[in-house]
Design a protein around this ligand. Structure first.
Ligand SMILES: Cc1ncc(COP(=O)(O)O)c(C=O)c1O
Length: 430
């Protein structure tokens, strides 16, 4: 049924090209002028409570003084220096700290600036790892249905081609073909998955998975056991296990890392998003000692020839170090547990609404899954009227708020979801 679209106020900025937007028909963006804690202030004076932490990054809320001070100090010292030929204390310290926090076995950190690039680097490392070991022809990956790993071409190529976020038909022939399968949920699935690896091992460089939660592909959860089955099958079949913790890393699901919750150590692990507490662009591709050793030889051809201009930017590394301080000093994981407990009760009323097919919670991720037509523009507009920033995508409305969100603010978010999804459901029935 057709519902009234919210009035489209204003125009798109004349010279900006906006992400994931059909600018000819979609409502223009809001103009933000300030942020604080879990709040975003708009140019017109309104204030929104942020339900999605700026694409899941702002885990400590906005403008945390500890991160701001660390970045300011670094800015006064030096904002950037090329990483080719130089290193610096913020990067050395950050790498040491990440290795100490990540599952044991990971040993080397390669920095870049975005999640997609961290994935590109992981894929290149995996392919060259086999070449360096004298096994050629292993340049295919196994990805999972509903997986998403970024928008650059190689990252797109291992994102689900059918239910994914991208319209792959525009790029067919341009991106490599990989293998896709379901996350193995049972013993039988796991045996079939392992069989597939065994049969195709000579072509496969690695398996790429978003551990425990497939985010962009629909906030689908799988168990720690499923993840362990994937990791164990990879280990037995001699295929690299690559974990994309770009969305799940840094406490979002309850443990600091999803791999830690499942007790698995990947060969390569990717981080970004909350790495700097949502302040500056930074990503890390972290490899095991065994991967690194395959590149470490008196042979220039075995070196990894990759180096983004702004890799390991000192400001971003200072922000990331300050963010890790906050995980040490402030009760972030307890806050995540409290958010999870709130979601469990406060989102539950949605379950009874016609048109809602699931309500699920994992850590500070709360999902209300809808069926049938979902008018994102209408939902987004109604949420803004309710004073909250919630950006539905696919067939769901979800929350991933800053961990520091106050109880009353969290209540405003969940109340808005119950109310607006209720309206959506009633209109759907009408
Ligand atoms: C699991 C996962 N991997 C990779 C990416 C890509 O990160 P970026 O947008 O920083 O390139 C995303 C982005 O949402 C993601 O959720």
């Amino acid at each position: 049924m057709k519902r009234a679209a919210p009035e489209k106020k204003g125009r798109h900025p004349e010279h900006l090209w906006l992400p994931y937007t059909q600018m000819a028909i979609e409502t223009p963006p809001l103009e933000a002028v300030a942020t604080q804690g879990a709040r975003i202030r708009l140019k017109d004076g309104r204030e929104l409570i942020d339900g999605i932490s700026s694409w899941w990054t702002a885990c400590h809320g906005y403008n945390h003084p500890h991160i701001r001070d660390a970045v300011t100090r670094q800015l006064e010292s030096f904002p950037h220096i090329m990483f080719g030929g130089f290193v610096h204390e913020p990067a050395i310290r950050l790498a040491d700290r990440l290795i100490a926090l990540l599952p044991p076995g990971l040993a080397r950190v390669f920095f870049s600036e975005s999640g997609s690039v961290a994935i590109e680097i992981a894929l290149k490392l995996a392919v060259q790892y086999w070449v360096n070991r004298g096994e050629t022809g292993r340049d295919r990956f196994v990805g999972f249905r509903r997986g998403y790993h970024g928008d650059t071409l190689a990252a797109m190529a291992i994102s689900d081609p059918d239910t994914g976020f991208h319209d792959r038909k525009h790029f067919s022939g341009y991106i490599p073909e990989h293998f896709f399968t379901e996350i193995p949920k049972s013993e039988t699935d796991a045996a079939a998955f392992e069989d597939f690896l065994r049969q195709n091992r000579s072509k496969i460089a690695g398996v790429v998975v978003e551990p425990l939660v497939q985010a962009v592909g629909g906030m689908r959860f799988h168990s720690a056991k499923s993840l362990r089955r994937i990791a164990e099958a990879c280990a037995r079949q001699g295929v690299l296990f690559i974990a994309d913790e770009v969305a799940t890393g840094f406490g979002r699901l309850g443990a600091l890392f999803a791999c830690e919750e499942a007790g698995v150590t990947p060969d390569i692990l990717c981080l970004s998003k909350a790495l700097t507490g949502g302040t500056l662009p930074l990503a890390a591709t972290v490899a095991s000692a065994e991967i690194f050793d395959a590149f470490f030889a008196p042979d220039p051809e075995k070196a990894f020839l990759h180096g983004p201009t702004f890799m390991a930017n000192p400001l971003a590394c200072a922000a990331a170090n300050a963010s890790l301080d906050l995980f040490e000093r402030e009760p972030r994981l307890e806050q995540v547990a409290a958010i999870a407990a709130h979601f469990q009760t406060a989102l539950e009323p949605c379950r009874a609404l016609p048109g809602v097919c699931d309500v699920r919670v994992k850590g500070a991720v709360g999902v209300v899954q809808l069926e049938g037509e979902v008018d994102h523009d209408w939902l987004r507009g109604r949420f803004i009227e309710e004073g909250v920033w919630i950006r539905p995508f696919g067939d769901m409305v979800y929350l991933m708020p800053p961990f520091v969100i106050e109880e009353a603010e969290l209540g405003r978010l969940t109340d808005a979801i119950v109310k607006v999804v209720g309206e959506w459901s009633a209109q759907k029935r009408a």
